[in-house]
Design a protein around this ligand. Structure first.
Ligand SMILES: Nc1ncnc2c1ncn2[C@@H]1O[C@H](COP(=O)(O)OP(=O)(O)OP(=O)(O)O)[C@@H](O)[C@H]1O
Length: 220
C-alpha cells in the first residue's frame, strides 16, 4: 500500500527531512510517531500527494507519487485518501449533511444522500445531520469529520493527532472508532501521533502479534 525508498523532502529555505524506507502492506495499521518537528505532518503530506518528494521514490496504492501534475494529484487523492486532520475543518456555515455533500462535490462525484446517511450512521451520528458544526460536541465533530473522511471509501485513511487534547476515555473512543472504521472498510490506517497512549489503545491481533506497525521518525 505504501512503499518508499530514500525519501527526502526539503522545505524551500528550511528543514531537510530524510525519511526511513517503508513497505506497508494493505490493511495495516501504521503508527507514525516521533518528537515534535520530526516530520510526521510532512510524511502525511507526501503520502497524500499534497507535496512532492524532493528525492526518492514513493508509491501509494499502486501510484508513483511525485510524477502527478497537480490536478491529477487532486483527483488521485480524492479517490484514494481519507484524511482526518487535527483541526477538523468542518465548514461552519454548512450543516453536517452539507459538509459531507461538499466532500462528494469536491471529489467530482454526484451527491449521494444514501451514502452520506450511511457514513453518518456507521459512526453513530446520523441524527446530527441537520446540525451546524458549532452545535456539536468535540467528540461528535470528530465522528462527523471521520464520516467525511471515509465517505468515498478510501483505501488509505490518514489520521493526524486524533487524540490530541482528548481525555483518556475520549482518546480510547477515538482510536477504537478509527480501527473499527478502517477494518469495516478494508482500509489501511495511518495514525500520526506523539501521544504514547495510542500504542496502548491498539489491541493485539488474534494471534498475539502487535496490532500495529511502528514507524518512528527521529528527526534530523
Ligand atoms: N512550510 C515550512 N517551511 C519550512 N520548514 C517547515 C515548514 N513546515 C514544517 N517545517 C519544518 O519541517 C520540520 C518537520 O515539520 P512537521 O510539521 O512535519 O513535523 P511534525 O513531526 O508533524 O511536528 P508536530 O508533532 O509538532 O506537529 C520541522 O523542523 C518544521 O519546522
Amino acid at each position: 500500500m505504501i512503499r518508499s525508498q530514500a525519501l527526502r523532502f526539503v522545505y524551500p529555505g528550511g528543514a531537510t527531512l530524510v525519511f526511513p524506507d517503508v513497505m506497508v502492506a494493505p490493511g495495516t495499521v501504521l503508527l507514525l510517531s516521533g518528537p515534535s518537528g520530526c516530520g510526521k505532518s510532512t510524511w502525511l503530506a507526501l503520502v497524500a500527494a499534497l507535496v512532492a518528494p524532493t528525492d526518492g521514490q514513493l508509491e501509494v496504492a499502486g501510484q508513483l507519487l511525485g510524477v502527478l501534475k497537480p490536478a491529477a494529484a487532486d483527483a488521485w487523492r480524492a479517490r484514494t485518501i481519507g484524511f482526518l486532520p487535527q483541526k477538523l475543518h468542518l465548514s461552519a456555515a454548512l450543516t453536517v449533511y452539507q459538509n459531507l455533500a461538499m466532500a462528494q462535490w469536491a471529489a467530482g462525484v454526484p451527491e449521494n444522500a444514501a451514502r452520506i446517511e450511511q457514513a453518518l450512521a456507521s459512526l453513530g451520528v446520523a441524527e446530527l445531520a441537520a446540525r451546524l458544526p458549532a452545535q456539536l460536541s468535540g467528540g461528535q465533530a470528530q465522528r462527523v469529520a471521520l464520516a467525511r473522511a471515509v465517505l468515498l471509501q478510501p483505501a488509505l485513511i490518514l489520521a493526524d493527532e486524533p487524540t490530541a487534547s482528548l481525555d483518556d476515555v475520549a482518546a480510547a473512543d477515538a482510536v477504537a472508532l478509527l480501527l473499527a472504521t478502517a477494518q469495516t472498510q478494508g482500509a489501511t490506517l495511518v495514525i500520526a501521533t506523539h501521544d504514547a497512549r495510542v500504542a496502548r489503545l491498539i489491541p493485539p491481533k488474534p494471534d498475539g502479534q502487535n496490532g500495529f506497525e511502528p514507524l518512528f521518525l527521529k528527526g534530523q
